[in-house]
Write a protein that binds this ligand. Structure first.
Ligand code: ACK
Length: 997
C-alpha cells in the first residue's frame, strides 16, 4: 500500500462514488443557482494563487460524481510542508437580483491522524472568502481584498467500518453571504495546509417561486435580505373574479406565507387544478364561486359547455324566482271532485287537489264566478249557455283568488239563478303557459231566497196618536219586494195583542195609537220567495197629551173648525168655477182647436182627442187650460233625483189643502230661461195634463206664478225603466216582464186613440213605480201638428232618436202611431234584454243602413219566440203591416193568460248576440208539424187560434182565407198574408198525403 498521503487521498476519493447513493440531483424550486461547478463539463477556469511557484497549489482534476457524471474537482494536499497559503478563486459571478446568497460546498478533508509521518504542519480546515465587484476583474487578484466568510472544517474526515476499513466521508457545508450590493462577486478558498478536495461548489439565492393559491397567481419573488416579509398581490386566474384581493408574503427563506383573500370561478366555470374550467354539457353553474358545476335538474338540459343554467324541456317552465337548481315545472292539472252545497243564495264549493301539481308546491286556487243562462232545469248545459262575469258584489269567503285551501263559500248570489264556477289550480308557472291551464267547472242553480232583514228604521214624525216611520230596503232583497209587513204592539202588553199592517213602499204612518205610550215594532219584507227575517225590534213612544179640554169646550172647538172648513171649501169651489168660465170665454174650446186626425186609428166613442198646445194663440195659456196651478208653499222639495232637459228633477211632497200628502216628482225650469224655453217647458205639462190613464204619467199641476217654474207629476219610485232593468238584470219572471210591456202598450194605445204621436218612445222615457207599473212619460219631443192628407204628423226638424225611430220617420219625417209601434218594438227588445242598448255600439249611420237593408235586432237572450215575433212585426218595413197598439195589448193579454207559451224561446244558438238578423232568411218556416210550422211563422195569435181547431187535410187548410183568419183572431195583416200563402204552398207540396196535425 502506498503510504503517500496524497495518493491515499485520491484512492479514497475514488471510493466516494461507491458510498454515495445514485439519485439525480434536483434542487428545491425556491433555489436559483448562480454557480454550480458540477454543471460544467469542461475546465472551470478558476484561478489558483500563487499560480507559479515551486509549491503545489489547488489542482483541477476531472472525476465523476455519485451519478458517474463527469465533474471537475479541486484538490490540495500539502500537509508535509510548512506555511501553506494556497488560494483558489472562482470566476466572477453576477449577482442577478439576489441580495443574499448561499454557498454550498461539498468536500472531503483528510484527518491528519490518518496521515503517517506528517509533521506538525497538517491542518484540517480551509477558509471561504468573497469579494464584491461591479465587473469582472479577470485574473487580477489581491488577497487582502477578500473578506472571510468562514473557516470550513469537516464534520468527520473518515469513518471506520466494522471491518476496520476507513471510508472517506463527503462533507456538505452551506454558508450565507449578504447583503450583496454590487453587480457580482468572486468566491475564494484559502488552504493553509490541509488535505482537501472540493467536490462541488454551488452558489444560489432563494426566491418565492411562481405559484397559484386560491385561484390567484403569484409571480417569482426574491425575498429581502432583512427579516421582513415581501407582500405580494396575486392576480386572479382566467375566468375568475376577486372575492377579496388575494395577497401573500414572501419570506427570506423563499417560502410563501399567510395567503389572504381569494378569487372565485365565474358562473359557467368550475375550479379544476388551480384554474377555472368551463362546465361540461349537461352541467351548469349559475353563480360565482368555487363550487363544482351541477348536473342539470329534472326536465332541463344544457347542450353547450360553460352553461350558466339549464333550459327547460318543452312544456316545462321556470318561474321568475325559481333557483337554477330547481327542476323545471308545469301548470297543475285541474282540481278534482268539485262538490257544491247550495244554501239559498250562497254555495259552498269543495274540491280535491289536482292529480298533478306540476312539480311545485306553490299551488293556489282561483274561483271564477259566471252567471249563465241557457242551462237546463237539471243544471246541465243545454249547449246554448251564455255566460257573463258575476257582479262585483258577490262575496267570496275567504276570497276568490290565491286560495290555499280547497274550499270557498260564495255568498250574495242572486236567488234562483244559474251560476257556473270555474275552479282553477294555479302554480308559479301557470302565467307562463296560459294554454296549458285547466279548470274544473261546476254549474249550480241557487234557491229562491227570502229577503234579508230590514236593518235601518227611522222615526220621521210623532204625534199623540200616530207615528210616521221610514226604513231602508233590505240589503239583499233577493227579488222584487212585494210589500212590507209591519207588526207593532204596546211595549207593556208583551206581544199578547199586536197589530199588523202592510206597506208597499218604505214608509208608513201608524194611526190610532195611545198617547204617551211606548210601542215595539218589527218590519219584514216579502218577495215571491216569502217573508224575510224580521228586523230587530224598534221602539218608539207617542207624544204625551199637551193639554186637556173639557168635553163641552171640545164640542165648541169642533163646531168652529167644521164651520171654518165649510166656508173655505165653498170659497174655493166658487173661485174654481168662476175661473173656468172666464178662461173658456177667452180661448176657444179645445175640441174646436183639434185639427185632422183621420189617420186610420181606431177611435173609441167617448175618448177625447189630444190638442196640441202650440195651436193656441198664446201657447202659455194652454198650460192653464190643462194644468192646475199649484201654490209653491204646498210643495216640499226633498232631493234632486236627476237632470231634465230644462233643469233639475227632484222628488218631494205635495200637500194640497184637505188632501193627503203625496210623493211627487218636480221638474224645475232653471233660471235665466228664454220665453221660448219657458213655453217649451210648460208645453209638456199642457200635453200631459190632457191625459188621464194609469199608464201615462199623471200631472199634478204646475207652478208658473212664482219661481222656479215647476211641473209636478206623480212620483215613480223606481225611476226610468232602462236603468231599473239594468239594476235588476234577470230578476223578473217572464210574466212580470210581459206585465210591464202590457202597461206600456196600453198607455200607447190610449195616446194613439187620443191622436197623439209620441215620437220618442224608449225605455228611458218610461217610468216605473213601486208596484212595477210602467207609465209613458216625456212628452217634450212632440212637435207642431200639420194638416196632412195622410193624417200623419211630420216634424220640422230636431233630433231624432235613430235607434228607436222607424225608417220612414228618419227618411222623410213620417211620424205616425205606426212609427210609435216601431219604437214600441225596440222598447220590447230593451225590456227583454234588461236594458241593453239597441244595436249596441253600432253608429247611427250603420243602424240606418242595416235596417234599410232588411236587418233586424236578434232575439234577446231567453226571449220567448212569441215576443220576438211581435218585435219583428213592429219592425215591418211597410208601416201599415205593423200591429196597432190595440192588437199589441191583446197579444200580450193572451200571453199573460197563457204563460206556458212563454217557454218556447227564440233560437239564437248559432248566432252571436250582437249580429243583426237578416229578415229574408229568418222568415223561411220549416215544415214539420202544424205546431212547428206555426212556430216557424212565429205568429202567436194564429197558433193560439188554431190550437183546438182540427184540420184533417190540406184541402181544409188551403181553403183558409184572410177572413177566416180574422175570425180566429189573426188580425195582423202581415201574418194573415203569410199564413194564407203558406197554406197554399203547403197544399201544392203535399196534396197526395195528409198533413200532420
Ligand atoms: O232614472 P231616474 O231615476 O228617473 O232618473 C231620471 C231623472 O228623473 C231625469 O229624468 C227621474 N224622474 C223623472 N220623472 C220622474 C218621476 N215622475 N218620478 C220619479 N223619478 C222621475 C228619472
Amino acid at each position: 500500500m502506498d503510504c503517500n498521503p496524497r495518493s491515499l487521498f485520491f484512492i479514497l476519493l475514488l471510493l466516494l462514488s461507491c458510498v454515495t447513493p445514485a439519485f439525480p440531483v434536483i434542487y428545491p424550486p425556491n433555489e436559483v443557482n448562480l454557480l454550480d461547478s458540477k454543471a460544467s463539463q469542461g475546465e472551470l477556469g478558476w484561478i489558483s494563487y500563487p499560480s507559479h511557484g515551486w509549491r503545489e497549489n489547488w489542482e483541477e482534476i476531472s472525476g465523476v460524481d455519485e451519478h458517474y457524471t463527469p465533474i471537475r474537482t479541486f484538490q490540495v494536499c500539502n500537509v508535509m510542508e510548512y506555511s501553506q497559503n494556497n488560494w483558489l478563486r472562482t470566476n466572477w459571478i453576477p449577482r442577478q437580483s439576489a441580495q443574499k446568497i448561499y454557498v454550498e460546498l461539498k468536500f472531503t478533508l483528510r484527518d491528519c491522524n490518518s496521515i503517517p509521518l506528517v509533521l506538525g504542519t497538517c491542518k484540517e480546515t480551509f477558509n471561504l472568502l468573497y469579494l464584491e465587484t461591479d465587473d469582472d476583474q479577470g485574473s487580477h487578484f489581491r488577497e487582502h481584498q477578500f473578506s472571510k466568510i468562514d473557516t470550513i472544517a469537516a464534520d468527520e474526515s473518515f469513518t471506520q467500518t466494522d471491518l476496520g476499513d476507513r471510508i472517506l466521508k463527503l462533507n456538505t457545508e452551506v454558508r450565507e453571504v449578504g447583503p450583496l450590493t454590487k453587480k457580482g462577486f468572486y468566491l475564494a478558498f484559502q488552504d493553509v495546509g490541509a488535505c482537501v478536495a472540493l467536490v462541488s461548489v454551488r452558489v444560489y439565492f432563494k426566491k418565492c417561486p411562481y405559484t397559484v393559491r386560491n385561484l390567484a397567481t403569484f409571480p417569482d419573488t426574491v425575498p429581502m435580505d432583512s427579516h421582513s416579509l415581501v407582500e405580494v398581490k396575486g392576480l386572479c386566474v382566467n375566468h375568475s373574479k376577486e372575492e377579496e384581493p388575494p395577497r401573500m408574503y414572501c419570506s427570506t427563506e423563499g417560502e410563501w406565507l399567510v395567503p389572504i383573500g381569494k378569487c372565485l370561478c365565474n358562473p359557467g366555470y368550475e375550479e379544476r387544478s388551480n384554474t377555472c374550467q368551463m362546465c361540461r354539457a349537461g352541467f351548469y353553474k349559475s353563480a360565482l364561486g368555487n363550487l363544482e358545476c351541477s348536473k342539470c335538474p329534472p326536465h332541463s338540459f344544457s347542450h353547450h359547455e360553460g352553461s350558466l343554467h339549464c333550459g327547460c324541456e318543452k312544456n316545462f317552465f321556470r318561474a321568475e324566482g325559481d333557483p337554477a337548481s330547481m327542476a323545471c315545472t308545469r301548470p297543475p292539472s285541474a282540481p278534482r271532485n268539485v262538490i257544491s252545497s247550495i244554501n239559498e243564495t250562497s254555495v259552498i264549493l269543495d274540491w280535491s287537489w289536482p292529480e298533478d301539481t306540476g312539480g311545485r308546491r306553490d299551488v293556489t286556487f282561483t274561483v271564477l264566478c259566471k252567471r249563465c243562462r241557457g242551462v237546463t232545469a237539471n243544471g246541465s248545459n243545454s249547449g246554448t249557455q251564455r255566460c257573463e262575469p258575476c257582479r262585483s258584489n258577490v262575496r267570496f269567503l275567504p276570497r276568490a283568488a290565491g286560495l290555499h285551501n280547497t274550499t270557498v263559500t260564495v255568498g250574495d248570489l242572486l236567488a234562483h239563478t244559474n251560476y257556473t264556477f270555474e275552479i282553477e289550480a294555479l302554480n308559479g308557472v301557470s302565467a307562463l303557459a296560459p294554454k296549458m291551464r285547466q279548470y274544473a267547472a261546476v254549474t249550480i242553480t241557487t234557491n229562491q231566497a227570502a229577503p234579508s232583514p230590514v236593518t235601518v228604521i227611522r222615526k220621521e214624525k210623532t204625534s199623540r196618536n200616530s207615528v210616521s216611520l221610514s226604513w231602508q230596503e233590505p240589503e239583499r232583497p233577493n227579488g222584487i219586494i212585494l210589500d212590507y209587513e209591519i207588526k207593532y204592539y204596546e211595549k207593556e202588553e208583551q206581544e199578547t195583542s199586536y197589530t199588523i199592517l202592510r206597506a208597499r213602499g218604505c214608509n208608513v204612518t201608524l194611526n190610532g195609537l195611545k198617547s204617551n205610550t211606548a210601542y215595539l215594532l218589527q218590519i219584514r219584507a216579502r218577495t215571491a220567495a216569502g217573508y224575510g227575517a224580521s228586523s230587530p225590534t224598534f221602539q218608539f213612544e207617542t207624544s204625551p197629551d199637551s193639554f186637556s179640554i173639557s168635553s163641552e169646550s171640545s164640542q165648541v172647538v169642533l163646531i168652529a173648525i167644521s164651520a171654518a172648513v165649510a166656508i173655505i171649501l165653498l170659497t174655493v169651489l166658487l173661485y174654481v168655477l168662476i175661473g173656468r168660465f172666464c178662461c173658456r170665454s177667452k180661448s176657444k174650446h179645445p175640441d174646436e182647436k183639434r185639427l185632422h186626425f183621420g189617420n186610420g186609428h181606431l177611435r173609441l166613442p167617448g175618448i177625447r182627442t189630444y190638442v196640441d198646445p202650440h195651436t193656441y194663440e198664446d201657447p202659455s195659456q194652454a198650460v192653464h187650460e190643462f194644468a192646475k196651478e199649484l201654490d209653491a208653499s204646498c210643495i216640499a222639495i226633498d232631493k234632486v233625483v236627476g237632470a231634465g232637459e230644462f233643469g233639475e228633477v227632484c222628488s218631494g211632497r205635495l200637500k194640497l189643502p184637505s188632501k193627503k200628502e203625496i210623493c211627487v216628482a218636480i221638474k224645475t225650469l232653471k233660471g235665466g230661461y228664454t220665453d221660448k224655453q219657458r213655453r217649451d217647458f210648460l208645453a209638456e205639462a199642457s200635453i200631459m195634463g190632457q191625459f188621464d190613464h194609469p199608464n201615462i204619467i199623471r200631472l199634478e199641476g204646475v207652478v208658473t206664478r212664482s219661481k222656479p217654474v215647476m211641473i209636478v207629476t206623480e212620483y215613480m219610485e223606481n225611476g226610468s225603466l232602462d236603468s231599473f232593468l239594468r239594476k235588476h238584470d234577470a230578476q223578473f219572471t217572464g210574466i212580470q216582464l210581459v206585465g210591464m210591456l202590457r202597461g206600456i202598450a196600453s198607455g200607447m194605445k190610449y195616446l194613439s186613440d187620443m191622436g197623439y204621436v209620441h215620437r220618442d218612445l224608449a225605455a228611458r222615457n218610461i217610468l216605473v213605480n213601486s208596484n212595477l207599473v210602467c207609465k209613458v212619460s216625456d212628452f217634450g219631443l212632440s212637435r207642431v201638428l200639420e194638416d196632412d192628407p195622410e193624417a200623419a204628423y211630420t216634424t220640422r226638424g230636431g233630433k231624432i232618436p235613430i235607434r228607436w225611430t222607424a225608417p220612414e220617420a228618419i227618411a222623410y219625417r213620417k211620424f205616425t202611431s205606426a212609427s210609435d209601434a216601431w219604437s214600441y218594438g225596440i222598447v220590447l227588445w230593451e225590456v227583454m234584454s234588461y236594458g241593453e242598448r239597441p244595436y249596441w255600439e253600432m253608429s247611427n249611420q250603420d243602424v240606418i243602413k242595416a235596417v234599410d237593408e232588411g236587418y233586424r235586432l236578434p232575439p234577446p237572450m231567453d226571449c220567448p219566440a212569441t215576443l220576438y215575433q211581435l218585435m219583428l212585426d213592429c219592425w215591418q218595413k211597410e208601416r201599415n203591416n205593423r200591429p196597432k197598439f190595440e192588437q199589441i195589448v191583446s197579444i200580450l193579454d193572451k200571453l199573460i193568460r197563457n204563460p206556458g207559451s212563454l217557454k218556447i224561446t227564440a233560437n239564437t244558438t248559432s248566432r252571436p248576440a250582437n249580429l243583426l238578423l237578416d229578415r229574408s232568411s229568418s222568415e223561411v218556416p220549416s215544415m214539420g208539424t202544424m205546431g212547428d210550422w206555426m212556430d216557424g211563422m212565429r205568429t202567436l195569435p194564429c197558433k193560439e187560434a188554431f190550437s183546438g181547431v182540427s184540420y184533417s187535410s190540406c184541402d181544409t187548410l188551403a181553403k183558409t182565407s184572410t177572413e177566416d183568419l180574422k175570425k180566429v183572431g189573426v188580425t195582423i195583416v202581415g201574418p194573415q198574408k203569410k199564413i194564407v200563402s203558406s197554406l197554399k204552398a203547403l197544399d201544392s207540396h203535399t196534396k197526395n198525403g195528409p198533413v200532420p196535425v
